[in-house]
Design a protein around this ligand. Structure first.
Ligand code: FAD
Length: 146
């Protein structure tokens, strides 16, 4: 089956409060699991950086909905590729918030200093997301072992 990987960055609007974030999280996990979408949503009170991967038509349809969502604006496409390999295959949607990452974790993921997701190139954004989700996975595994 043809898969697509799509990465975009956007600016959160004032409409997007904690309750909205919680809804996005709940609805995404429900829908994505049912539709074969995997990925990561990285955010802070100012921006979203999201990777969606899954069947081409499903990714396209979801992105069309996301573009119309008033909880964010300035949606800027960073990457759109067909692929035969998922990078976030075990995550219906990994949610990570900027303040959950220490400066060390950011540096290991290749970002030091002020983080501006709008300045990322496609490869930088992809590598960054892979690195932070890898860190999260390692944290979860070490917690399980304790
Ligand atoms: P519905 O059952 O129609 O709605 C679910 C809930 O969300 C309802 O409570 C409704 O009030 C609320 N809601 C829906 N649309 C809006 C809106 N535009 N503004 C305010 N509240 C709304 N959806 C996914 O399925 N997967 C994702 O990975 C995903 N990522 C997102 C990332 C970002 C940054 C944003 C802003 C939204 C994302 N969404 C995602 C949500 C997406 O834009 C649609 O709202 C959602 O897909 C609609 O799904 P539904 O028809 O099942 O929801």
């Amino acid at each position: 089956m043809a898969l697509a990987r799509l990465i975009y960055v956007s600016r959160m609007t004032e409409e997007c409060d904690m309750e909205s974030l919680h809804k996005i999280l709940t609805v995404s996990r429900r829908n994505n699991l049912a539709r074969g979408i995997t990925g990561v949503l990285f955010y802070d009170p100012k921006f979203f950086l999201q990777c969606l991967e899954g069947p081409v038509e499903v990714v396209n349809e979801l992105y069309a909905n996301i573009l119309l969502d008033g909880r964010h604006t300035r949606v800027t496409l960073l990457e759109y590729h067909d692929t035969d390999r998922r990078l976030f295959g075990s995550w219906a949607m990994a949610f990570l918030r900027l303040n959950e990452l220490t400066p060390d974790m950011m540096a290991q993921a290749g970002c030091s200093g002020r983080f501006d997701p709008f300045s990322l190139g496609s490869e930088e954004a992809r590598n960054f997301l892979v690195a932070i989700v890898g860190q999260r996975q390692a944290q979860l595994e070490s917690q399980k072992e304790k």
